[in-house]
Every structure is written in C-alpha cells, then in structure tokens.
Design a protein around this ligand. Structure first.
Ligand SMILES: Nc1nc2c(ncn2[C@@H]2O[C@H](COP(=O)(O)OP(=O)(O)OP(=O)(O)O)[C@@H](O)[C@H]2O)c(=O)[nH]1
Ligand SMILES: [Mg+2]
Length: 300
C-alpha cells in the first residue's frame, strides 16, 4: 500500500544557474547536505549537470547544479558547458540565479539574459554574504537586483557557512508546483559511482595544479574492481598537450603522489571503505575541442 500524499505536497526541478565561481556547487552541497558536486576556487569547475534530490516532509526538491555561464566560449567543451546550463535553465520549474554579493559582471548579465529568454519563474540568491560587513551594505545591491528583473524573491545566503540555507530550502519549495514526489524517497543523485570518483580526483587535481594547467584536464575512471578486500580504482588523467604531462606528474612524481593521496582519502570517505587508487597521466591532443572525446567523457 502506498503512503497517502498530502494534497499540498510540492515537487519539481530547481536549477542553480549563474556565472562561474559564484558558489553554485557549494550551495547545492549545502542544500542537499551531501558532497555531490566538486568545488574549487577556480572558475569553470563544474562541467556537467548534477542532480541533487532533497526530500522534506512537505516537498521534494530536485536541485540541478550547472556549469557557470561564461563569455569567450571558444572550445567545444566551453560551448557544451554553456548549452548544458542553458537547457537546465529552460527545463526547470524554478530557476535559482546565483550571484556573488555586491558584484554584477558582464557574465552575470549573460546569465540574466538567458533567464529572461527562458521566461521561467526565478528567485535570486545572493551568495557569499559572509564577506559583507556591515550587512546593511547589501541593501542597495538587493534593490538594484530587484530592478533588473522581476524575481519572485531575493535571498541572501552564505553557502560556505551554511547561513540562510534552511530558509532558502523553504522558499524554493514554496514556489514549486503541487505534485507528488518525482523520485523515490532516499534517492540522492542520478550520478554513478564512477562519475563521482572521477570528479573527486579532478577536484584534488585542480586544487593541486592551481593555475598551471588551465582548463586542460579531464579524468576518466577506467576500472573499478574488488581486490583483496579493497576497491581498486584505475583512472586516467587526460592532458591536452605532451608538455603538460611533466607538470601534472611533478619532480620525481611528487605532485601526482600528493594528488593521489588527497583523492584516496576523499574516496575513502565518499565510498565508506578503503580504496586503492592508481593514476596514469595520458595525452590526448586538444581533447577539449574534440566532440568525440567530450562524449566519451560524458560532457553533453
Ligand atoms: N566566502 C565565501 N566563499 C564561498 C561561498 N560559497 C562558495 N564560496 C567559494 O567560492 C569558490 C567557488 O565555489 P563553487 O561552489 O565551486 O562555485 P561555482 O559557482 O559552482 O563555480 P563553477 O562550477 O566554476 O561555475 C570556492 O572557493 C568556494 O569555497 C560563500 O558563501 N562564502
Ligand atoms: Mg560548480
């Protein structure tokens, strides 16, 4: 027998969109209460649409994290990232435009233009308010934002400090359509274990490489196997030029070792068990401009 659904239950898709680096992925993780999306200080970290499902007593919200909308999208990878974000926005029941407190750049303008074109109901989330002292400095910014677009709500939060997150959940839920839950209770994401392993490795790699190999890195999990009570993971790190290989590996392999260690610890946490990780650096010339390579890496 199925549980009766109260007639005021709400459910739908809420897309988190905005320019790179405003904190969309940090916000997804805070809203859902699980590390589903990777986070780095570098813009254009997220490359895929990532679903995170939150089931509350009165609502179920299917959050969709998206790549940051950006100008200068020259490579096939960048165009695909913008397409992914734009289509998530167009398909959402509610658009959550994420902004960084006190800033409004040409790329924020681009995100707002996409939102206007999709003509979806939208709320604006002003993130990183922990950096604003005193908080009253936000007021003129919020007033300006309200003039730029007819947002249903303007919600200041700090995703990093998890401030304002519960209110934001309730606000988003209240603007979703009346509907029974779209996903089974307990479901958290649509992403596979392999995808989450690859992303965890890419996060540690990006943190370690900092600015040295800009946007030229992809990670592919080649094998996951049960061996002697451990989970053995083999993954390839794709660089797009031969010259980047020594940079990723580092002197005497030190850098790759550090990445491997950080990734293994994070994977032990993610998978709740001991992981044995082997990383291989491989060259695939211009993979970020190669439609087939992108498909193989799951970039839509
Ligand atoms: N101070 C502060 N920093 C934040 C906050 N939220 C996120 N950040 C930082 O902002 C940086 C970018 O965060 P992400 O969550 O990766 O941003 P994003 O919008 O997903 O970026 P892309 O995936 O590149 O589009 C990271 O260094 C975060 O730690 C916040 O509320 N306060
Ligand atoms: Mg992101």
């Amino acid at each position: 027998m199925s549980t009766p659904v109260p007639s005021d239950f709400r459910s739908g898709f809420a897309a988190l969109v905005g320019r790179p680096n405003v904190g969309k992925s940090t916000l997804l993780n805070a809203l859902v209460g699980a590390k589903l999306s990777i986070v780095t200080p570098r813009p254009q970290t997220t490359r895929h649409r990532i679903l995170g499902i939150l089931t509350l007593p009165h609502a179920q919200i299917a959050f969709v994290d998206t790549p940051g909308l950006h100008l200068k999208a020259g490579r096939a990878l960048n165009r695909a990232m913008n397409r992914t974000a734009t289509s998530a926005l167009a398909e959402a029941d509610l658009v959550v435009l994420v902004l960084e407190a006190l800033r409004f750049t040409p790329e924020d303008e681009l995100a707002l233009a996409r939102l206007r074109r999709a003509a979806r109901p939208a709320i604006a989330v002003v993130n990183k308010v922990d950096r604003v002292r005193p908080r009253e400095r936000l007021l003129p910014y919020l007033a300006e934002l309200g003039e730029r677009h007819a947002f249903l709500e303007l919600v200041p939060v700090s995703a990093l400090r998890a401030e304002g997150i519960e209110d934001l959940r309730d606000t988003i839920a209240a603007h979703l359509p009346r509907s029974p839950a779209l996903f089974p209770q307990g479901e958290l994401t649509d992403r596979s274990q392999g995808f989450r392993i690859a992303e965890t490795i890419r996060e540690k790699l990006t943190l370690e490489l900092n600015q040295e190999v800009p946007y030229g890195i992809a990670v592919e999990v080649e094998r996951v196997a049960e061996e002697e009570g451990q989970l053995k993971v083999d993954a390839a790190i794709w660089v797009d030029r031969e010259g980047q290989k020594p940079i990723v590996i580092g002197a005497r392999g030190e850098r790759l070792k550090r990445v491997g260690r950080a990734a293994r610890l994070a994977l032990n946490d993610l998978l709740g068990r001991r992981v044995h990780l082997s990383l291989w650096v491989k060259v695939r010339a211009n993979w970020a401009d190669n439609a087939r390579a992108l498909r193989e890496l799951g970039v839509e």
